[in-house]
Design a protein around this ligand. Structure first.
Ligand code: ADP
Length: 228
């Protein structure tokens, strides 16, 4: 599903963010990416949806070679990979329904089909009753669930979440975990960068720890392993 072979990333300013990573993640896995700030977690994740390109090495996702991918093929890749951010990144002038529908890049689909698909994902994140609301009328946790619905509306093989609970209180963070687990149970591979020690130590899944741009730990049912 996701394969990285001898991947290195040096930013144009000379910062060596990733220093030789080999990793393989299978279909349907749930993986936490942990490590101190500045360790390279975001860079590791950004390379998977081609926000950043490795300086050296190979990355395959679902058979697609990201390192040779042409710019015009990136939209196709983005349909296979949903992404969720710490700060939600919703469009505030659009309703919940419109935010999710906007991501559905199927021009040829009829409004009826789009409506069905959008309502189906809003049902998964338990927000069907708020489809007509604006993001500003929702709680932080609800806004993050809209962002998750948007990320999965194209039915991607992989859902990537970069600190999805970073801006949320503990109770709301657990709700987000319920949603991510539900999506994982439906067969989507989930990759989540996090600093949330309690979540990682409670919902035990594979843990990949990154320090100084290298994988220093990779455990099947790992723990967080850091004090904060
Ligand atoms: P983390 O997500 O673990 O905090 P990052 O991947 O964001 O780590 O950063 C890894 C290193 O690369 C840090 O030293 C950071 O300052 C640097 N870095 C991140 N993005 C850029 C960039 N666009 N240009 C230059 N350096 C960067």
């Amino acid at each position: 599903m996701i394969d990285m072979k001898d991947v290195w990333k040096t930013y144009p300013n000379g910062m060596k963010a990733i220093n030789g990573i080999d990793i393989s993640i299978g279909k349907g896995e749930f993986v936490y990416v942990v490590g101190p700030s500045g360790a390279g977690k975001s860079t590791f994740i950004k390379m998977m949806y081609r926000e950043e390109k490795p300086t050296k090495g190979k990355i395959h996702i679902n058979g697609t070679d990201l390192t040779t991918l042409k710019e015009k093929q990136i939209p196709y890749l983005r349909r296979q990979i949903g992404v969720v951010f710490q700060d939600f990144k919703l469009l505030h002038q659009l309703t919940v329904f419109e935010n999710v529908a906007f991501a559905l890049e199927v021009i040829e689909e009829s409004p009826a089909v789009i409506k069905k698909r959008v309502m189906a994902v809003l049902d998964i994140v338990k927000l069907k009753n708020k489809a007509r609301f604006l993001p500003g009328e929702l709680s932080g946790g609800e806004q993050q669930r809209v962002a998750i619905a948007r990320a999965i509306v194209n039915n991607p093989a992989v859902l990537i979440a970069d600190e999805p609970t970073g801006n949320l209180d503990p109770d709301t963070s657990w709700e987000i975990m319920d949603t991510l687990e539900e999506i994982n149970n439906r067969g989507t591979t989930v990759l989540m960068a996090t600093h949330n020690k309690e979540i990682v130590n409670t919902i035990r899944r594979r843990v990949i720890a990154i320090e100084d741009g290298r994988v220093v730990r990779d455990e099947v049912r790992g723990n967080y392993g850091y004090e904060i």
